[in-house]
Design a protein around this ligand. Structure first.
Ligand code: ADP
Ligand code: ADP
Length: 234
């Protein structure tokens, strides 16, 4: 369960807040799509969920964000890593080692996972993302969709309850986008993992979402089922 209660936020030096009194509860197992035009605050909202805001961005934060009961004001992003896995927009820039398999191992090493458990989890996540055949490949030689799936596998290896993804398909062709979205849908359906992703091209993702949060650049928002939100914004 992720709860945002009357959240307001202004970046350091900015004159107007991005959010005023934003309230939203995200249920375990939900697939939530955050959409809205460029600059509406999609990336900012993801940073509020994983604690990067307020801890690393500063600014003026009000209200409350709780992730399975942990208040992000009193918990650093690393204290939330077992609950929330974060996947950035351009995973290639964040890969730290060369081989796919080593990238997934690296994600677990910092968490102090014992070696035998780590080996088993590598097999599990390679299988869950349908990338076992890529295990020995260098990440730089993969397609965009394959790289996204490696980044998702690495995040999943920490066994989070939710995955938060920043525009995971925006740099992919339609085939790559479908590979990534069906992989996320499967994690959601089979493992009950909460999926929260933002995307400015709503039409690509809408069919996968349980609910949509639609942000507008003036700080307003609409939340509801895809049908409800689409009827209100069109
Ligand atoms: P979106 O992801 O919907 O494109 P963002 O959350 O990236 O929107 O940005 C929302 C607004 O906040 C924009 O006006 C953007 O310029 C501003 N912004 C984003 N990051 C920062 C930052 N680090 N410092 C100041 N302003 C920022
Ligand atoms: P993305 O849209 O890829 O998530 P960012 O969230 O970093 O990228 O940036 C979104 C917008 O916020 C961009 O227009 C960017 O120029 C602006 N922005 C990012 N960092 C700052 C900052 N420190 N100060 C002002 N604007 C920023």
């Amino acid at each position: 369960m992720i709860e945002l209660d009357r959240v307001s936020y202004t970046y350091p030096g900015a004159t107007t807040p991005i959010f005023r009194q934003l309230s939203l509860h995200i249920a375990p197992g939900e697939f939530l799509l955050i959409c809205g035009p460029s600059g509406a605050g999609k990336s900012t909202l993801l940073r509020l969920l994983n604690g990067l805001i307020p801890h690393f961005y500063g600014g003026t934060f009000g209200g409350r964000v709780r992730v399975w009961g942990r208040d992000t004001l009193t918990h650093q992003p690393r204290d939330l890593a077992d609950l929330i896995g974060f996947v950035v927009q351009d995973p290639e820039s964040q890969f730290v080692v060369e081989r796919v398999e080593d990238e997934i191992v690296f994600a677990m090493e910092n968490l102090g996972v014992p070696t035998p458990v780590m080996r088993r989890r590598v097999e599990e996540v390679l299988d869950q993302l349908a990338i076992a055949h890529l295990r020995h490949r260098h990440v730089a030689t993969l397609s965009g969709g394959e790289q996204q799936r490696v980044a998702i596998a690495a995040a999943l290896a920490a066994q989070p309850r939710a995955l938060v993804l920043d525009e995971p398909t925006s740099q992919l062709d339609p085939h790559g986008a479908e590979e990534v979205l069906t992989a996320l849908q499967k994690l959601n359906a089979d493992l009950g993992i909460t999926i929260i992703l933002c995307e400015h091209r709503l039409e690509r993702v809408v069919q996968y979402a349980d609910r949509i949060l639609y942000l507008t650049p003036n700080g307003q928002y609409e939340v509801g089922t895809p049908r409800e939100v689409l009827s209100r914004i069109e």
